[in-house]
Design a protein around this ligand. Sequence first.
Ligand code: HEM
Length: 293
Amino acid sequence: MKNILTILLCSAFLAGGIAFAFSPGGEQIISSFGPEPSTVTFQKFNEAYTGDWQKYGQGFTNVHVSLFSRIFLLVITIIPIAFLLHFLVIGAKVFSHEGQQILFFNAFCRFIHWIVAISFTLLVITGLMIIFGKIFGGGAFVRGGRTIHIISSLVLAFSAIPMFLIWLKDMFPAPHDINWLFMMGGYLSKEKKPVPAGKFNAGQKTWFWIATVGTGVMAYTGYIIYAFQGSTDQLRIMALIHNYLGAVMVAFFIIHLYMSMFAIKGALSSMISGYKSQEEVEILHSRYKITNT
Ligand code: HEM
């Protein structure tokens, strides 16, 4: 009985070996036993074993690690410097707080916005901790950051849905948005001239679409990477999308922070109280029909 089993097992290995040798990939490996040096044989064996990692792995590592961290470094330095210059040369727009106070953001919309803002900010901070993990010394600190990154991503993914639905109707492009873009929203001048915008201007609409659709794509790609759902190549593509789109979102996030905290004096209080002053609405949202008090 033992002998029969041994013969069966050996035949199975032999059959497998012959099938492998005459399959397209197998031929390559077997042929290297001829005049090729053994290093070539070993490389071919590695390629057959690890898929295309040998060919694309190095390229992916270069694009992903070195280039990506440099791009991120540029985003978090160049954009704030450009805005610092804008603030020093042109300065903040200041509006009178006299006159009618107009309700712009109701309580629910403010509540959702702040949940989105807190979770997104945590994602940015912990994302940077992951990218520049070496500088932070790695270990438990960075691992803790990764855990916060995953928890915050769930909070953001779910809170971005109501935010998308609340603001969607005001965020579709309008013809006057093109004029707004051409005059850069009037932010390159100190003058207080009415600019063509409804409840939201072209810049705010762009941020809305990037923030909401971008969050959806980031959540999907993040899940695939986290759960290892797919082939090595699919995971590489997901990692590239996740990280480069992340850089674009962080760039727009910095712009959003500057616009809402520095470029317009008192803009932040509109997302706390819900109200904007009449003068600010008449100048920055000149196409908005004021109906409430
Ligand atoms: C701590 C960070 C944040 C602060 C201080 C902040 C502040 C503000 C303020 C003051 C406004 C009202 C702007 C105005 O109409 O004058 C606003 C609007 C808005 N925020 Fe934020 N925000 C933050 C983070 C975020 C994040 C992370 C998102 C999305 C991922 C976001 C999405 C929006 C959107 C879509 C609007 C409406 C369009 C606009 O005004 O740009 N905000 N935010």
